[in-house]
Design a protein around this ligand. Structure first.
Ligand SMILES: [Zn+2]
Ligand SMILES: [Zn+2]
Ligand SMILES: [Zn+2]
Length: 274
């Protein structure tokens, strides 16, 4: 499978509109971009494409990377930066299957699948496929398994995507703090490529009103506030999952400029064949 990182930024992206911080200025100077989160997965054997999340930057991402339009998609959760690009499919696609979890979110009283269906009913092209976490489904010839992760107060899902013929495996953490359950970790384990939420480096936790959480044995927080992993948390998770290769995504412009474009932080447009 061919994996294209369409969007590797957090909800404001890098550069952030109206921001003249050193990181945003450096991104402009080097022509680097981290748009809102989305991943394109192409099953080259079948010539079909699966999109993970609908970035508000959908149009720009598809023009820039020239990847095929999706045959199916997965929505991890209903935050703006992962869902609100769905309307871009209007007049581009005649039909689209969208897979999303079927568990009721106590916050909204609806599952992610139900929210997607009600919010985008007017498009008339979606068939929403309510999907049970931990139960693999076959999409575009690939085996996709949703797993609950920790993004309080809302439900959110990571996923494993495996090629049943080659055994290649892509794992995506989704938006999450470090405290992913053991059961979910088992599904995400041993990927060829891991895309892990790493919104900021741990040293920025002192600026978050909720601070950091899930400290390691050296007192380094692996969770920023409550909703996302720190860089250190994401790298610790990668280690525990035994990932062959890791790219850090959902990256904010708050990384100091001298850290923001260091390995293994991803930027838009990276491609991997696994
Ligand atoms: Zn900035
Ligand atoms: Zn989110
Ligand atoms: Zn997000």
């Amino acid at each position: 499978m061919r994996v294209t990182l369409l969007g590797t930024g957090d909800t404001t992206g890098t550069p952030t509109v109206g921001c003249d911080c050193e990181t945003c200025e450096l991104a402009r100077k080097r022509d680097l971009e981290r748009t809102r989160f989305s991943v394109h997965v192409e099953n080259e054997r079948g010539g079909t494409s699966l999109l993970i999340d609908f970035s508000p930057d959908f149009r720009r991402q598809f023009l820039r990377e020239e990847v095929p339009l999706p045959d199916a998609a997965v929505v991890t959760h209903i935050h703006f930066d992962h869902l609100d690009g769905l309307g871009n499919t209007f007049r581009l696609l005649d039909s689209l299957s969208v897979y999303a979890a079927d568990e009721t979110d106590p916050m909204t009283g609806e599952s992610v699948a139900e929210t997607v269906a009600s919010k985008y009913d007017y498009l008339g092209l979606l068939s929403v496929e309510p999907t049970t976490p931990f139960e693999p489904v076959r999409i575009c010839g690939l085996e996709v398994t949703l797993v609950p992760v920790e993004h309080p107060p809302q439900v959110c899902y990571g996923l494993a995507i495996e090629d049943p013929e080659t055994g290649a495996k892509l794992s995506i953490t989704g938006d999450t703090n470090y405290a992913i359950s053991e059961r979910s970790r088992e599904v995400l384990a041993d990927p060829d490529l891991l895309l892990a939420d790493a919104i900021v480096p741990a040293h920025l936790c002192e600026y978050h009103p909720a601070g950091g959480k899930h400290d390691d044995s050296d007192g380094v927080p692996r969770t920023f506030g409550g909703k996302h992993m720190t860089r250190e948390g994401a790298l610790a998770l990668a280690d525990e999952l035994n990932a062959d290769r890791t790219r850090l995504v959902h990256v904010a412009h708050y990384y100091p400029a001298d850290e923001a474009f260091e390995e293994p932080l991803a930027v838009d447009g990276e491609t991997y064949t696994i």
